[in-house]
Design a protein around this ligand. Structure first.
Ligand code: SF4
Ligand code: SF4
Length: 318
């Protein structure tokens, strides 16, 4: 992983992609979600493609741009060309942020700000009233928060010292031993996202081997089963196949864990990818998954063998 200077192992600072206040889908109650920058995976459906790279980067919202050209002269790297299809030459852009305040329509923004623990905790404590009133707290998401584990450990200790409820959202690609030593005691809930059962397919699609993920899940199943929530994002053509869902849920069940939570597909990532100069995956649907589709896929993760048999028969008939 190509980290910005001063970030990474043992760092006192982290690169934070964004801080989302008043979140109601990232754990119990009203929460503030901290999106860490950087992820070891590059899933084509990622909801937050702007947080995959560890470095800060410029976001360009073409639909807001009125072509006034104010940003062009402000850029010290001559990285902006109004006539270029991508508008910003990302090889030249240093994400300095000089162009963003000049834009009258907020078509430019930088994702990725350095935070020390004290500064970040101060921001998170602003919403303590909402946490206390709703049973909420702070969720660490991303990107992949465990990539900046030393910083995350310090942050978690501080949040717990303040009496706040903490949630970790993770893809599970991290070594368990340092996590257990530094972080586990300070996390109330772990949302653990599993994607593809077959190791070769997982490597091809996400960019990493899933053996470390399974190993970490097995450790968590042993040490923190009551705080562990396995989840599967349902992505048509990728994770949402009967074979994959039956394999994933079977292995989860073998570890003695609860039925996985299924996250229905939403095309968030498709539209956001272009803001960081990535091509949206043309194979991904443009519409959210329907309730009927969700119910159909849910049959595949039921612990009831007869339900799985019916699902298999339906699949064979498709
Ligand atoms: S962030 Fe800095 S380098 Fe990048 S386009 Fe804006 S002004 Fe230029
Ligand atoms: S300043 Fe904003 S609106 Fe004007 S050209 Fe640049 S990005 Fe577009």
């Amino acid at each position: 992983m190509d980290w910005p200077a001063g970030i990474g192992k043992g760092s006192m600072e982290a690169i934070i992609g964004d801080i989302g206040r008043y979140a109601i889908h990232d754990g119990p109650g009203i929460r503030t979600t901290v999106f860490f920058k950087g992820c070891p995976m590059h899933c084509p459906w990622c909801h937050n493609p702007e947080f995959i790279r560890p470095q800060p980067e410029i976001l360009f919202y073409a639909d807001r741009c009125i072509g006034c050209g104010e940003c062009v002269d402000r850029c010290p790297e001559s990285a902006i060309d109004l006539n270029a299809p991508q508008r910003i030459d990302r090889r030249r852009c240093t994400a300095c942020g000089e162009c963003t305040p000049t834009c009258p329509t907020r078509a430019l923004a930088v994702a990725g700000t350095r935070y020390g623990v004290d500064d970040l905790v101060a921001v998170l404590l602003r919403d303590r009233l909402f946490y206390d009133a709703s049973g909420g707290g702070v969720t660490l998401s991303g990107g992949e928060p465990t990539l900046q584990m030393a910083f995350m450990a310090r942050l978690l200790r501080r949040l717990k010292a303040e009496g706040l409820h903490t949630v970790l959202e993770t893809g599970g690609f991290f070594p368990f031993a340092p996590f257990q030593a530094e972080c586990l005691d300070f996390i109330d809930l772990i949302y653990f996202d599993l994607k593809i059962s077959d190791p070769g397919r997982h490597q091809r699609i996400t960019g990493v081997d899933n053996r470390l993920i399974w190993s970490t899940l097995a450790h968590l199943a042993r040490w923190a089963p009551d705080r562990l929530v396995p989840r599967i994002p349902l992505i048509p053509g990728y994770t949402a196949t009967r074979e994959n869902l039956i394999a994933l849920s079977g292995r989860i069940r073998e570890m003695g864990l609860a039925r996985p939570v299924l996250l229905p597909y939403h095309p968030f990532g498709r539209s956001k990818a272009v803001h960081v100069g990535r091509q949206a995956d043309a194979a991904l649907p443009r519409v959210p998954m329907s309730a009927e589709e969700l119910a159909r896929w849910s049959a595949c993760v039921e612990p009831n063998d007869s339900t799985q048999k019916i699902a298999k028969e339906e699949n064979d008939a498709d």
